[in-house]
Design a protein around this ligand. Structure first.
Ligand SMILES: Nc1nc2c(c(=O)[nH]1)N[C@H]1C(S)=C(S)[C@@H](COP(=O)(O)O)O[C@H]1N2
Ligand SMILES: [Mo]
Length: 386
C-alpha cells in the first residue's frame, strides 16, 4: 500500500438493520397487544375498586368491606404497576402498527372511516390515561382539569374502545394468537430472530420498569425501588409524607387549644390527655397511598367505635371526620358503618412507638383497614355520628 492508494476497510459493508419492516405486522401487534390488553384489564378493574372505595354512591357506602386489611394496598399497588407496564407496552404497540396509522388514501369508505375513528379514539385515550396516571404519581398536574374524575371517565372510554377494537380485529387476533405452530414447541419460520429479540426486549423493559418501581409497595423489593417517586420507608417515623403540616396550614400554635369534638346524640369533647387515658388499641396497618406507595406501620390509639358509642351512636352508624386543615380536598372524610365499627379503625395518637409527628397528623389521625391513603385523615378536630 503506497501513501497514494486509498485505504479501504476490510470489514463487511454496513447494512441497515433488517428488523424494520417485517415487525410492523399483525403478528407483532397481537403478541404485544395481548400483554397490553391484560395490563389495561387489571388496571381498569383495580382502578374501579379504588374509585368505589374513595367515592362510593350512597347505597354502597355502608357495605364497603374493611377486610382484608391489606386489600387496598394490593389493588392499588397493582393499579400503578400495571399502569407503568402499560406505558412500555403501549409505546411498542404503537411502534408496531404506526405504518398502518398513515395509510393512503386516509379514508376508503364509511366502514374504513369508522374503524379509523375508533382507533384514533383508542390511541388518544389510552395515551392520555397512562400519562396522566404517570404525572399524578409524581404529583405534577400541568393541566386545568381535576385529575380524579377525568382519569375515571376516560377509563371507561378506553375500556369501551378496547372491546370494540378486539371485536373488529378478532379474526386477525385469532390467526396470530399463538406464536407457536400448533402441536410443536418450535417457533414458526417467519418468527425469525428479529421478532424474538423484540419481544425479549419488551419483556426485559417491562421487567426493568416493574422491578425498579414495585418496591414502593412490595416491601421485600424496596431496596430495588430506584425509579419510583417515593421510597416507602423514607420519612419521619419510618413513613413518607405526602402533605406536610406546613402545606396544610397546621401549626403547633393552632393546636394549643386543641380538643377532639365528638358530635352525636350525646356530644362531648376530650383533651389529648383525656384521650390518652382511654383504653388504647395497637394495630399493624398499612398506609396505602393512591399514588402507589404503601407501607405497614404500628399504630396506637383509641377505637373510633368506642368514641362513637360514647356519643350515643346507633350500631349501624357511619362517621364523618373533619380535619383541622383549613382547606384541601381531604379535609372532610366520611366512613361507612363497616369501617366505623371495625375494631381496628383507630383515632391514632402514636406511630411506630412514638407520639405522632406533626406531619403524620399530630395530635390525632384516622387509620382504618383496607382504606385509600387519602381517607386516612390527619389532624382530626371533629368526629360526627352519621
Ligand atoms: N387532613 C389531611 N389528611 C390527609 C391528607 C391530606 O391532604 N389532608 N393526605 C392523605 C394522603 S394522600 C395520604 S397517602 C396519607 C399519608 O399519610 P402520612 O403522611 O402520615 O404518611 O395521609 C392522608 N391524610
Ligand atoms: Mo395519598
Amino acid at each position: 500500500m503506497t501513501p497514494h492508494t486509498r485505504w479501504r476497510p476490510s470489514l463487511p459493508p454496513l447494512r441497515p438493520p433488517s428488523f424494520t419492516r417485517p415487525l410492523h405486522d399483525a403478528r407483532t401487534a397481537t403478541a404485544v397487544g395481548r400483554w397490553l390488553g391484560l395490563a389495561f384489564a387489571v388496571c381498569f378493574v383495580t382502578g374501579l375498586i379504588s374509585h368505589y372505595l374513595q367515592r362510593p354512591p350512597d347505597w354502597l357506602a355502608g357495605y364497603l368491606p374493611s377486610r382484608p386489611v391489606w386489600g387496598y394496598r394490593l389493588t392499588q399497588g397493582l393499579h400503578v404497576a400495571t399502569g407503568l407496564a402499560a406505558i412500555v407496552l403501549l409505546l411498542v404497540k404503537l411502534w408496531a402498527v404506526y405504518p398502518r396509522l398513515f395509510v393512503w388514501p386516509a379514508v376508503r369508505g364509511v366502514r374504513h372511516a369508522l374503524e379509523r375513528l375508533s382507533v384514533a379514539v383508542l390511541v388518544a385515550t389510552a395515551v392520555f390515561q397512562v400519562f396522566t396516571g404517570l404525572l399524578n404519581i409524581v404529583e405534577w398536574y400541568p393541566w386545568p382539569f381535576a385529575f380524579v374524575p377525568t382519569h375515571y371517565a376516560v377509563a371507561w372510554i378506553v375500556a369501551g374502545s378496547i372491546l370494540l377494537h378486539v371485536a373488529v380485529k378478532a379474526p386477525e387476533i385469532r390467526g396470530h394468537w399463538s406464536l407457536r405452530s400448533p402441536g410443536t414447541l418450535q417457533l414458526p419460520a417467519e418468527d425469525g430472530p428479529d421478532r424474538r429479540s423484540l419481544l425479549l426486549g419488551v419483556g426485559a423493559a417491562v421487567g426493568a420498569v416493574t422491578v425498579t418501581t414495585v418496591g414502593q409497595a412490595l416491601t421485600p423489593l424496596a431496596p430495588l425501588d430506584l425509579l419510583a417517586p417515593r421510597h416507602p420507608d423514607h420519612g419521619p417515623q419510618g413513613l413518607p409524607v405526602n402533605r406536610t403540616a406546613a402545606a396544610a396550614g397546621v401549626t403547633r400554635a393552632a393546636l394549643r387549644e386543641w380538643r377532639l369534638e365528638v358530635l352525636g346524640p350525646r356530644p362531648y369533647a376530650l383533651t389529648l390527655d383525656q384521650l390518652r387515658a382511654l383504653p388504647q388499641t395497637t394495630a399493624r396497618l398499612p398506609i396505602a397511598c393512591v399514588e402507589g406507595w404503601s407501607m405497614d406501620a404500628e399504630w396506637r390509639g383509641v377505637r373510633v367505635r368506642d368514641l362513637l358509642d360514647r356519643a350515643g351512636a346507633a350500631p349501624e352508624a357511619g362517621a364523618r371526620v373533619v380535619s383541622l386543615e383549613v382547606s384541601g380536598a381531604y379535609r372532610v372524610m366520611d366512613m361507612g358503618q363497616e369501617y366505623a365499627k371495625d375494631p381496628l379503625t383507630l383515632l391514632a395518637l402514636a406511630l411506630n412507638g412514638q407520639t405522632l409527628s406533626l406531619d403524620h397528623g399530630f395530635p390525632a389521625r384516622i387509620i382504618a383497614p383496607n382504606r385509600p391513603g387519602v381517607l386516612q385523615t390527619k389532624w382530626v378536630a371533629r368526629l360526627e355520628v352519621l
